[in-house]
Write a protein that binds this ligand. Sequence first.
Ligand code: CAA
Length: 258
Amino acid sequence: MKNFLIQHIGQVITATITRPKALNALNTEVLGELQELIQDLYRNGEIRGLILTGEGEKAFVAGADIKELAILNRAQALELAEKGQSLFKMMEDCPKPIIAAINGFALGGGCELTMACHIRIATENAKFGQPEINLGIIPGYGGTQRLTQLIGRGKALELILTGDLISAQDAKALGLVNHVVSNRDELMALANSIMNKIVSKSPIAVSNAIKSVNAGFGFENAGYVAESENFAACAATDDFKEGTTAFIEKRSPNFTGK
Ligand code: CAA
């Protein structure tokens, strides 16, 4: 794999996303490799759990790759959102535990990626948010649904509508992360200790617990369909072109409502 460092410790895999120069942004190649990794997690009887983290001190994942997004038309944006949603659903439904060890920014698609994991722990320098609104678009990988499930509609709407970033401590107070630790060593130690505890249980009970918790949050609900269609509708606007161009040109966007 080009974009992941894979380490096996016993029956647990740690996968580190290795695109630190782009703040580990999720481009097509990273998403393709992540899909392979998750498929392997489902299939490989030797592996009992996955810890996901990002390379560097700065970012877990700073979102979908904006340079790739910027050139999508409406149909391509719909396809991208549907593919991302289905990969993240596969993670959420994985019968083996997936822990996000969040070492920095978890923004946009990065925050959505953490929310598709079963457990989230973060270093105190981590920052969370759904800043897509600053690009003239909305979350497209399930964020409108999972953020609402995790922190409630009022706070989810505030984060999605303002694009504000919040600290790890605030994310913990909202229930978005389970634990906050001071540095990467503690992060990986805690991730491994939680994972090892889960791996010591009956794998049948673990998978049934995940299945049962998730059964109350149907993927078939209209929210995911609305999200992908509305993501694509935004991608067809001038405001989206302006928002993504402004990000690439490192300036503030000037939205016109067209
Ligand atoms: N996609 C592509 N490249 C990105 C990126 C992204 N999401 N985030 C950061 N980068 C790149 C920057 O372009 C920059 O590259 P260059 O050095 O080549 O210029 C490099 O990573 C470092 O980033 P910055 O210089 O911007 O670093 P900073 O410290 O000034 O700011 C930041 C850090 C606040 C995280 C800022 O990078 C940022 O706002 N990133 C974008 C966050 C975002 O909007 N995420 C949502 C993406 S859309 C999405 O995810 C849709 C979806 O739901 C499917």
